[in-house]
Design a protein around this ligand. Structure first.
Ligand code: MG
Length: 495
């Protein structure tokens, strides 16, 4: 095995462990004890189950007890109207009515109705007075769930460690634990996910990312206020368990409206072919939200670009386009000048950082300028600019791997634009396309006059979250503003 191959295997193993779970997926709403805050309904009633399904709740949560004679019933409290389910027999329980007049639902009747619906089922087994009763319940439950054909739609939850272990041992999967143990302990005991009170996550918000990085989804209860629901959305909850499912679904939909952005990448050829007015005009005409720019000078004196001597290109372009400008030096140039890459952004930054890219041999230093930006004052996105090595395809592949790993770590939708110095069939581009969506088309970008090669790209991650709507590369020109053509893409971010 060559060193490069070994490096690559390590890299992909590392990346696979990182990339998948760290992004916030759109949270799913779980109706707590059914959707019961409606006319003629009651908690844990069959009516509340049907209502949760009819308004489109992803899941319905309900609570289950076993009676003295082994009957399974759906109810939250240990008793119904003073009749304690654990110590009552089925004859006594058959006479019990819910607040809305429904008979106390048997689990069998509840699941028969559920089998006709779409809603997923979050099945809570209540802690009983002794473990034997719980064990007996688990045996019956797993059999009944299988017989009713709803096995694939069930997630078990419980506060009882004995019942939790019982479900895990008997293959009743997935099993989420309700007691707020740490992510590491939850993994250790065989949990499929965490289903914790919101106060536990408010105290330990970093647990959410840790659970995700271990492949365990996060369900948060009981989240009823607008502020709490929003907190869960903002912190990447996978499930929100609530008594207000319609409010929660509306807030989730509002938070996950796709956002259109126009993104651009443009190698400016250190301003050799155009002054700042012309470059700014071209950029402004594309109406971009973000521009990745390469070959950007600051305070240089070049015979080839006299009209731009002494200028700070990013500041000049930012000022002319009304955008924010960010800059990373990759080389010193002349006595007081710099050469490097930049970002123009219509959106304010949270942080912007220069990252030096690895290389297999000494050469021109290369960097990625990476920023986290706030869109519409709340949602965050990563936008980055880069310009890869020109000499070695192996170095470019290494740099591409670094970029993919780094962008994945942010746990946010990310877009990078750049001059990758690589044609589409090259390894560096394969690395990028494996982990990201290509947000540009096949149109050649270089040289600007008589363009033949595509070496400028935009990429988005995670896959499926940044969707290309339209890519524009202008026609080759006999009097271009740079030796590269710009790439402008309209994308939809499913953020
Ligand atoms: Mg419950």
């Amino acid at each position: 095995m060559t060193n490069i191959m070994r490096h690559k295997l390590l890299f992909f193993a590392f990346f696979a462990a990182f990339a998948l779970p760290s992004y916030a997926a759109k949270p799913k709403v779980v109706a707590h004890r059914g959707y019961w805050k409606t006319e003629g309904s009651a908690q844990n009633s069959i009516r509340a189950l049907v209502k949760a399904d009819s308004v489109g709740c992803h899941s319905t949560e309900f609570d289950v007890w076993i009676s003295a004679d082994g009957g399974l019933y759906v109810n939250h409290n240990a008793d119904i109207n003073g009749v304690v389910i654990e110590t009552a027999d089925s004859a006594a329980l058959a006479a019990c009515r819910l607040g809305n007049g429904e008979p106390l639902p048997t689990l069998s009747a509840f699941l028969d109705t559920a089998a006709t619906l779409k809603t997923q089922l979050v099945f809570e087994l209540k802690p009983h007075k002794n473990p034997e009763r719980e064990n007996a319940a688990i045996e019956k439950i797993i059999r009944m769930v299988r017989d009713k054909g709803v096995e694939d739609r069930i997630t078990y939850i419980t506060f009882s460690r004995n019942a939790f272990d019982g479900f895990v041992a008997k293959g009743g999967r997935p099993v989420f634990y309700l007691n707020g143990v740490s992510p590491e302990v939850l993994k250790e005991i065989g949990g499929s996910g965490a289903d914790y009170h919101i106060n536990i996550f408010r105290k330990n918000p970093e647990w959410i990312g840790r659970l995700h990085s271990m492949g365990m989804p996060v369900n948060i209860w009981t989240v009823d206020s607008e502020a709490d629901i929003q907190w869960c959305i903002d912190h990447g909850a996978d499930y929100i368990t609530t008594n207000e499912p319609e409010l929660a679904m509306r807030l989730v939909e509002e938070a996950y409206q796709p956002r259109k952005l126009r993104v651009m990448t443009y190698n400016l050829r250190f301003g050799e072919l155009a002054d700042m007015d012309r470059l700014a005009r071209e950029i402004k005409a594309a109406e971009p939200d973000f521009v990745a720019i390469q070959e950007v000078d600051v305070n240089t004196n070049r015979d080839l670009a006299r009209h731009n001597n002494g200028l700070n290109y990013v500041s000049e372009l930012a000022q002319r386009t009304g955008m924010f400008g960010h800059y990373a030096r990759t080389l010193n140039f002349g006595r007081k000048g710099y050469y490097g890459i930049g970002i123009l952004s219509r959106h304010p930054a949270v942080r912007v950082e220069k990252l030096e890219l690895p290389a297999l041999a000494a050469g021109e230093p290369r960097a990625m300028l990476e920023g986290v930006f706030e869109i519409d004052g709340k949602k965050k996105i990563v936008f980055a600019s880069t310009h890869l090595d020109v000499k070695s395809d192996k170095t470019r592949a290494l740099q591409a791997e670094y970029i993919v790993k780094r962008l994945a770590e942010a746990g946010l939708p990310a877009i990078i634009g750049g001059d990758f110095n690589a044609k589409p069939e090259e390894e560096a581009i394969t690395v990028l396309r494996t982990a990201m969506d290509d947000l540009s088309d096949a149109a050649p970008t270089f040289p600007a006059t008589g363009a033949k090669s595509k070496i400028d790209y935009l990429f988005g991650m995670p896959k499926g979250m940044v969707v290309l709507e339209k890519c524009t590369v202008p026609e080759s020109s006999s009097a271009p503003a740079s030796d590269h053509l710009p790439v402008v893409s309209e994308v939809e971010v499913r953020m």
